[in-house]
Design a protein. Structure first.
Length: 356
């Protein structure tokens, strides 16, 4: 199956700017030509190991992360029996205070008592805490409420504040346009042998007919879109042209994408978007919840990769593996910030699509 190659519109975008959505976000599409597949990174190889160990140990583990400096998988455990099993599998065991069940209980309390727009939380296995972040819109009575709930959970929770604002960013590799917004294509995928675009749900909610240039001919039509709750959508291509399964690296080359994979905390990843092009960073937390003004999205990947309006829907990847779709966050690429991503494997399963 051939996949359409959307031409690089960077120069045009710089002049046109990001079109505002009702959500104060903008939109774009990520795409690329085929490129040789690199050797899988150590971090990706440890993801499967972490999943297997967690399944075997059930309540004995408290999360896992990849220690890039030491190049090893660290698995948190709450007892010596679990530690022995972890070491037997070749990973490092780290004894911590709280189990994942205890941390998840704290997350449920936050959900019930502190679901406030402008907040986000996720489990950080390195600190063995639920890290709660409040953006600049959370103040006064709302900040007091959040602080009270966080304090009631003791040292299971760490409360932080950011100067930015959590909002959908709508963007990713090459740009795609609708009548009211610009987004980025995340990944080219197939469904029942037909080519589709996989991008963010808030992009699909905003636009039904996509073009590869502003005001251009329709190249794809949104078929399924989920936001809030999740943040993914698919759009079916209208023509029988080339659609490579790759990501634009904005340096004249592309990264071939051959598979989807789950993220690992500590993993080094890259993001491609039509506003800020390619940036890298680290996975900080999994199964994160973000309370946007439009509603709550759960099950997200939390990273320190920067992004800006117009980057929504774009590709988060590690080598040849598709990891996530840019959802939203705070900050910008001059000062940093947090960015959240919809996991690709979950989106593929929900939409019945596949890479390639």
């Amino acid at each position: 199956m051939k996949h359409r190659r959307i031409p690089n519109r960077r120069a045009m975008l710089a002049g046109a700017g990001a079109l505002a959505l009702a959500t104060t976000a903008t939109v774009t599409l990520a795409n690329a030509n085929a490129a040789p597949a690199p050797t899988p990174t150590v971090a990706k190889l440890t993801s499967a190991a972490a999943t297997t160990l967690a399944s075997q140990l059930k309540t004995g583990t408290a999360g896992a992360y990849y220690d890039a400096a030491a190049q090893k998988l660290v698995v948190n455990v709450v007892d010596q029996a679990a530690a022995k099993t972890v070491r037997a599998k070749g990973a490092e065991a780290r004894l911590v205070k709280y189990s994942l069940a205890q941390l998840d209980s704290a997350r449920q309390t936050l959900k019930a008592r502190a679901t406030i727009p402008g907040t986000a939380w996720g489990v950080d296995p390195k600190s063995d805490k639920v890290v709660v972040t409040a953006d600049r819109t959370v103040k006064g009575a709302k900040l007091n409420q959040l602080t009270k709930v966080a304090k009631s959970l003791g040292d299971k929770v760490e409360l932080r504040q950011t100067k930015g604002e959590f909002k959908p960013l709508i963007a990713g590799g090459d740009a795609i346009w609708g009548s009211s917004a610009r987004c980025s294509l995340g990944f080219n995928v197939t469904k029942d042998g037909q080519p589709y675009i996989l991008t963010a749900g808030h992009c699909g909610n905003a636009v039904k007919e996509w073009s590869d240039q502003q005001g251009g001919q329709t190249i794809a039509t949104t078929e399924t879109s989920k936001f809030p709750g999740n943040d993914y959508s698919i759009a079916k291509y209208t023509g029988n042209t080339d659609h490579p399964s790759a990501v634009d690296l904005y340096n004249g080359s592309t990264q071939n994408i051959t598979k989807a994979a789950d993220a690992t905390v500590g993993e080094k990843v890259k993001r491609s978007g039509s506003t800020t092009q390619v940036h890298d960073g680290t996975v900080k937390a999994l199964n994160a919840s973000v309370n946007y003004q439009e509603g709550t999205v759960t099950g997200l990947i939390q990273t320190d990769v920067c992004a800006e309006p117009g980057d929504s829907g774009g590709a988060l990847f590690d080598g040849e593996s598709a990891i996530g779709l840019t959802s939203g966050g705070s900050g910008d690429c001059s000062s940093g910030g947090e960015t959240f991503f919809q996991p690709v494997p979950a989106a593929l399963q929900a939409t019945g699509t596949k890479i390639g």
